[in-house]
Design a protein around this ligand. Structure first.
Ligand SMILES: NC(=O)c1ccc[n+]([C@@H]2O[C@H](COP(=O)([O-])OP(=O)(O)OC[C@H]3O[C@@H](n4cnc5c(N)ncnc54)[C@H](OP(=O)(O)O)[C@@H]3O)[C@@H](O)[C@H]2O)c1
Length: 247
């Protein structure tokens, strides 16, 4: 009988894993999306959209849908879902794997300020920056809106809604990944002196490489704490973890 595998999605790795599993006769793959974007790109296989209703709601979903294993592929900064997954899976005794791309690591030449939250970042930006590229996502801009003397280039997949009351800001709607040359040109032509971003990690760190080459400061948010679960760094490792479950 086919095993039911639930992927908690929202990351590049989640799409890649769903693609790998969708055609296997021994697996029924269901990807779960939070439903934050209006027109999400749909993964291969079955898809459900929207919150579960906390850890208890997830536990009920696992029971009702006879889920055999869960792979938490949510974005590195989507920590609440990670904690809910740990609790919901423990309640139903369902195996849980965390698939998470490695974080970016500071390299020689990087001018990084690592911060744990944006309230720590805003004063740093306010005192040292004039022209800032923001790539923090459209829902985390508020702590920077009071910095009237700073100009922000806010890069986002969708329009911030509502838009916080920035005095000087321009929106750049764009979806990555971005190439090194593209990032370098953007930083130069827009006169950027600081990038504010999250340590999302992954194979491409083009904006960080360009910042390093140009001597541009980066205020980077470190990853939140996650539950202590089995981990995979890439899709191949996740497939290995699933092998005995699907045997
Ligand atoms: N945070 C980021 O920087 C970021 C960046 C890119 C993509 N994303 C993606 O956007 C989604 C939301 O991010 P977030 O930071 O708001 O997450 P979060 O704080 O960890 O989760 C908030 C709530 O959203 C629901 N949720 C999150 N991921 C879900 C999923 N895959 N399927 C069903 N429900 C989900 C859950 O609601 P219930 O409690 O009702 O179950 C969860 O309690 C995540 O799936 C994440 O992968 C996040």
């Amino acid at each position: 009988m086919a095993r039911n595998i639930l992927i908690l999605g929202g990351s590049t790795e989640a799409y890649a894993l769903a693609r790998e599993l969708a055609d296997r006769p021994d697996i029924r793959v269901i990807s779960s999306l939070a439903g934050r974007t209006g027109t999400p790109r749909l993964p291969a296989g079955d898809v459900r959209i929207g919150g579960f209703g906390g850890a208890d709601g997830l536990a009920a979903y696992l029971r009702d849908n006879h889920i055999d294993a869960v792979v938490d592929c949510t974005h590195p900064f989507a920590a609440r879902m990670g904690w809910n997954a740990a609790q919901g899976c423990a309640t139903m005794d369902v195996p849980l794997l965390r698939l998470e791309r490695p974080a970016w690591v500071r390299q020689r030449g990087d001018l990084w300020d690592e911060v744990a939250d944006w309230t720590e970042a805003a004063p740093l930006v306010g005192t040292r920056s004039k022209r800032v590229l923001m790539t923090v996502g459209r829902q985390e801009l508020e702590p920077f809106a009071g910095l009237d003397h700073v100009w922000f280039l806010i890069r986002s997949v969708e329009m911030p809604d509502p838009m916080p009351p920035f005095t000087q800001a321009e929106i750049l709607l764009a979806r990555g990944p971005f190439a090194y040359e593209e990032e370098r040109e953007l930083l130069i032509t827009r006169g950027i002196d600081t990038i504010v971003c999250k340590n999302s990690g992954g194979p491409t760190d083009a904006k960080l490489a360009a910042a390093r080459a140009l001597g541009i400061r980066v205020v980077i948010k470190t990853r939140p704490c996650r539950p202590d679960t089995p981990k995979a760094a890439d899709v191949a490792e996740a497939l290995c973890w699933l092998t005995p479950i699907c045997a």
